[in-house]
Design a protein around this ligand. Structure first.
Ligand code: PMP
Length: 358
């Protein structure tokens, strides 16, 4: 049998592991921060109609500039953004990859504050960019002073600030983002994949875009929009950033089917986001009840809770799995992460955790 070692693989990929969150058909999957509520039926029908209407045109390549979709994203985000400020790709993972292809690469560096989203170092490897992971502060927080100091020390080509941060849930203040931008010589990405779950009134880094041409705010339809399977991520930035990404994207990278589905979903953004309040309620319930059971949940502005105080993460994972519940062991000693599901799913998780304690 041929193994990877037999192939003429790039030296810097040897010994690396791919992204590998378990995918198992369990009744209660709370391990990849999806919106577990599913798509409202009326919205699903409209999406089907829009996708069906695009099918007769599939003999032609799709709009390479996905202009209408960009206009729709600009309208959704507000903040005075226009079509030319928006870019999109097949999930925000691809958006981030395109940013690294354009602004990273051999001899360049990409800095993030760990623990953070596990794809960042993998995207760095794939684009031959050197990843620099610097620790977060106590309780996984990041102050403006600390971020400025670290960026000053490392002088990275690209910085990523994940807010709220995956896997810890920690939101950042705009002061921290401003400080990162001022200290940074290069591109600053604020990954707001989970922004819609932040408590009402929490400001977005979108506010900081005017006058900051090196700042990029990345978003996705995979989380609050319950659209992970459609693979649609996007960003807002100075129009020159889109010009840079056009140099590295594959032509026609967003299929006509994807564009039609995303536009239909955006037409129903109120209905698609109607469950966000309920998810926040379940998140807060998880935090309260885990604390009551003696675990240590960290503050979360997201749709998941990161908690410490787990004696044996492998055993906890396994015992929950045996009850049909999947949560995430992120490889940090004594800590685990769980996504807030529907009320029923959340109850199943909390009951199982209580049973483990008794
Ligand atoms: N950023 C963060 C912080 C994430 O947690 C995720 C998904 N887990 C992504 C980006 C990528 O999401 P997608 O490619 O589905 O948009």
């Amino acid at each position: 049998m041929t193994t990877l070692d037999d192939l003429p693989l790039r030296d810097d990929l040897r010994g690396r592991s791919p992204y590998g969150a378990p995918q198992a058909p369990v009744p209660v999957a709370l391990n990849v921060n999806e919106n577990t509520h599913g798509i409202p039926e009326v919205v699903a029908h409209d999406i089907v109609g829009s996708v069906a209407a695009s099918i007769m045109g599939l003999n032609r390549y799709p709009d390479r500039e996905f202009s209408e979709l960009r206009r729709d994203f600009a309208a959704y985000l507000g903040h005075g953004l226009r079509e030319e400020n928006i870019w999109a790709a097949n999930g925000s993972n691809e958006v981030l990859q395109q940013i690294l292809l354009a602004f990273g690469g051999p001899g360049r560096t990409f800095l993030g504050f760990t623990p953070t989203y596990s794809m960042y170092p993998l995207l760095a490897t794939g684009t031959s960019t050197r990843w620099i992971g610097r620790n977060r502060q106590d309780d996984f927080e990041l102050s403006a002073d600390y971020v400025s100091r670290v960026i000053g020390e490392e002088s990275p080509d690209i910085v990523v600030l994940c807010s709220p941060n995956n896997p810890t849930g920690t939101p950042l203040t705009l002061d921290t983002v401003r400080a990162a931008y001022e200290a940074s010589p290069g591109i600053v990405i604020v990954d707001e994949a989970y922004a819609e779950f932040s408590d009402p009134g929490t400001p977005s880094a979108l506010e900081l875009l005017p006058g900051r041409s090196r700042l990029i705010v990345s978003r996705t339809m995979s989380k609050a929009f319950a659209f992970a399977g459609a693979r649609v991520g996007y960003l807002a930035a100075d129009p020159a950033i889109a010009d840079a990404l056009r140099l590295v994207r594959l032509p026609y990278h967003l299929s006509a089917l994807t564009q039609a589905a995303a536009r239909a979903a955006l037409r129903h953004s109120d209905a698609m986001l109607a469950v966000v309040d309920d998810i926040r309620t379940q998140r807060n319930r998880i935090s309260r009840q885990l604390a009551a059971l003696g675990y240590r949940p960290y503050r979360s502005g997201s749709n998941f809770v990161f908690f410490g105080g787990v004696d044996d993460t492998h055993a906890t994972f396994r015992r929950l799995f045996d009850r049909g519940i999947l949560i995430r062991d992120v490889g940090i000693d004594g800590h685990m992460r769980v996504t807030a599901g529907t009320e029923t799913e959340t109850t199943a998780f909390l009951d199982a955790m209580a049973a483990l304690r008794s």
